[in-house]
Design a binder for this molecule. Structure first.
Ligand code: IVH
Length: 723
């Protein structure tokens, strides 16, 4: 690698001039590469420029300024991310799945703008719908100052340090930018970079990502920006939040201008007229979708005239001037090689389809969930069958149906049966009739359940111990080094480095993370224990009610439930009589949860583990006063609102609701524009109709499970590619 020219390093004046020159050159090459797609130099030459700048700045630290390309990777965030309230809310888009819905959108736009039959077609800017994560980037006087995730649309997380590492994001804007502007766009990972990342992850024994979107999400929310920097994320701009003193008149011109400021803007994009123009664009993109370097899940249409946009305004959380026209979920045909059984944290056995690898929905799929035995019977799925696999956006692959006409007439294959012994520990299995699941009765003596219990304990929403991934937990349990969460706290460096592929540095990091995971709030601790039916929401209710672990452990549940039911009865009477109501304790906790909690704490082994964890100071001291409410959940479904309607094939509505809450989602009883998903079972009525009218995504029980399976921490979500 060539260093600075002789002499440059010895003369501060020359060093300063050269550093400026290098920064300009590096910024220019970033622009050529990321925005103009026309690189002039190769990676090695780029690295040489970079190394030369680093050498100068190392010798003259005074010359460093914050937007130097060398300063993209900053220090690790000590704790989580701070919250940022967006200057303008980050809206979402209404969806359309067919041409009728697009025509209806165009009609609403025309009506809203007071256009008659004889008026010209509306001009729309047609763009790609990137399948990544929305972010907002604030620039003051042309300098990048702050960036945040979308969050709930009003408040996002401050991920400035991580966004700085993305080379496609300019630190200084080119040309004459407005004095203040919020640029909105999508962070994503190119498919090639995603494949590359997974290859490296696999070699290092780290987590494999299911798709580029998940990889981008996981990379963006790293507390250590150095990790984000190593992940090769991209950014594509699609709009502005607050345009400050800059008021572009058209969306198309706005994108041109953003590009001139140095932002990558996706292509193809085009101004088209009326529904016919929109359909032509849609067809064109659908045809070239696979050849784009990144995943898209549809196209977006925006009224091009921004003053018309302003006149149209918003409904609920989506603008009336824009529409996402989604692509149908992709399907492919492949062969079912085998059905394997996975054992989850609660002992539930989940059949998983091993498939002949097939490219569908932007990734190669080789596993799919089969949910449960009944499902396999209902669909008559047999090893050796040709099956139709579907994968949509961020949803895990599913086996839709069997091509029975391709099954040989003399197929001798037997119908699938769940094993009567656990494939991991050999203990007996039994079917829980109410839940349609088979469980291994081995409990924590089953290594599979032990592993999952530990992973559940260390996950972000529980004790939040970073670095304890599946591979490491597998090794620790398989070697009998750890058999319960409490054992984690007795691990030492010598033990960890004795494991294959464990370097001293990573071992040190793991120990430091365990060390740091102390003094946690009661609700997280309770959730982490993995008590049946105790998701985050229930854990919060218990923590708020009892205040301390000791009080909870000694609770007289029979008396509590009796009192609760008395009060409910009394309230029913008072409601009739129009009298003021009593407060009902433990709202949301019914007899089933109560029995499960009581059972868990009565178990001597559990009490032993808890005592050991308490000795380690894992739990924060009980607050003297009433405990403060804790921050909302952040799971796979965080920020999403569900409505359940109709009867689901093998879940009660309460169970489904609990699963949604455990993954951070909210369950509401009525459908409104704020509803994100409606889960509809058999004989669903008016709620379903309303959801259809509002264009809300409708899921069946499979769809819900598939979304939950995105959440590696949920017991019902065991899926091989996820973990
Ligand atoms: S505009 C004013 N344009 O889709 C509406 N969004 O459901 C704000 N997205 O969270 C969004 N490509 O992350 C817009 N060309 C595009 C987009 C796009 C992807 C995402 C965006 C947003 C979600 C809306």
């Amino acid at each position: 690698m060539s260093g600075p020219l002789p002499g440059v390093l010895d003369e501060p004046g020359r060093a300063d001039a050269r550093a400026r020159e290098l920064r300009e050159q590096i910024d220019r090459h970033n622009l050529l590469y990321y925005v103009l797609d026309a690189p002039e130099i190769d990676d090695a030459a780029y690295d040489r420029l970079f190394a030369e700048l680093q050498a100068i700045e190392a010798k003259y630290p005074d010359l460093i300024n914050t937007d130097s390309p060398t300063q993209r990777v900053g220090a690790r965030a000590a704790q989580g991310f701070a919250e940022i309230r967006h200057r303008m809310p980050m809206l979402s888009l209404a969806n359309a799945f067919d041409e009728d819905e697009v025509r209806a959108f165009d009609r609403r736009v025309r009506e809203g703008l007071g256009l008659g039959e004889d008026d010209a077609p509306v001009q729309y800017n047609a763009e790609l719908k990137y399948d990544g994560l929305a972010v907002t980037l604030s620039y003051e006087n042309g300098r990048f100052v702050r960036g945040a995730t979308r969050g709930d649309g009003e408040v996002g997380e401050d991920i400035t340090a991580n966004l700085r590492t993305i080379k496609a994001i300019p630190m200084r804007l080119l040309g004459e930018p407005p004095s203040s502007v919020d640029v909105r766009g999508e962070v994503l990972m190119y498919r090639a970079d995603f494949e590359d990342l997974n290859r490296r992850q696999q070699e290092a024994g780290e987590k494999i990502f299911v798709n580029p979107r998940n990889a981008a999400a996981g990379s963006l929310r790293q507390l250590d920006p150095a990790i984000t920097a190593a992940r090769r994320l991209r950014f594509l701009a699609y709009g502005v939040g607050d345009d400050g003193d800059w008021h572009p008149t058209r969306q198309s011109a706005l994108l041109d201008r953003l590009r001139a400021f140095g932002f990558p803007v996706g292509s193809p994009r085009r101004v088209v007229a009326g529904p016919q123009g929109l359909f032509a664009f849609y067809a064109e993109i659908q045809a070239c979708r696979a050849s784009l370097p990144f995943d898209i899940d549809g196209v977006v249409y925006k009224v091009d005239d921004r003053s018309a946009q302003a006149r149209l305004g918003h409904v609920a959380r989506a603008p009336r001037f824009a529409l996402a026209h989604k692509f149908p979920a992709e399907e492919a045909i492949t062969r079912l090689l085998d059905i394997e059984i996975q054992v989850g944290r609660t002992g539930a056995l989940t059949p998983v389809a091993r498939l002949e690898p097939v490219f569908v929905g932007g990734t190669t799929v080789s596993n799919a969930t089969l949910h449960n035995e009944d499902e396999i019977r209902r669909k008559d799925i047999r090893v050796g069958d040709q099956v139709v696999v579907r994968r949509a956006g961020d949803v895990i692959p599913q086996v839709l149906r069997v091509l029975t006409d391709r099954r040989p007439a003399d197929s001798p294959l037997p119908v699938f049966m769940m094993p009567d012994h656990c494939p991991v520990c050999g203990a007996a299995t039994e079917r829980d009739e109410t839940e349609a699941v088979w469980r291994c009765v081995g409990g924590l003596s089953c290594p599979a359940q032990r592993k999952r219990a530990i992973l559940h304990f260390v996950q972000r929403r529980a004790l939040d111990i970073e670095g304890l991934g599946e591979k490491l937990v597998d090794q620790l349990v398989d070697r009998d080094l750890v058999s319960s969460p409490a054992d984690l706290y007795s691990l030492d460096l010598a033990t960890l480095v004795s494991l294959p592929r464990m370097a001293e540095k990573s071992a040190g990091n793991v120990l430091a993370a365990i060390e740091a995971a102390r003094g946690k709030p009661l609700s997280r601790f309770l959730f982490g224990l993995g008590i049946a039916h105790v998701g985050e929401e229930v854990a919060r209710i218990l923590a708020a009610h009892f205040g301390s672990l000791a009080t909870l452990m000694e609770a007289d549940w029979d008396a509590l439930m009796a009192e609760k039911s008395e009060r409910q009865k009394e309230n029913a009477r008072r409601r009739q009589a129009g009298e003021p109501m009593l407060v009902v304790p433990l709202e949301g906790i019914g007899p089933e949860i109560a029995a499960s909690v009581a059972h868990f704490f009565a178990e001597p082994r559990n009490r032993g583990i808890i005592a050991a964890l308490e000795r380690q100071g894992v739990l924060a001291d009980a607050p003297a006063s009433a405990p403060a409410p804790e921050p909302a959940a952040a799971g796979a479904l965080a920020g999403r609102t569900f409505v359940l309607t109709g009867s689901l094939p093998d879940l009660t509505r309460e169970q489904a609701a609990e699963m949604i809450r455990a993954a951070g989602g909210q369950v509401s009883s009525s459908v409104s524009r704020r509803t994100d998903y409606v889960v509809a079972g058999e004989s669903a009525g008016s709620k379903l109709t309303k959801a259809q009218q509002l264009g809300i995504t409708i899921l069946d029980a499979d769809g819900l499970r598939a979304m939950l399976a995105q959440n590696p921490d949920s017991a019902q979500s065991m899926h091989p590619t996820e973990q």
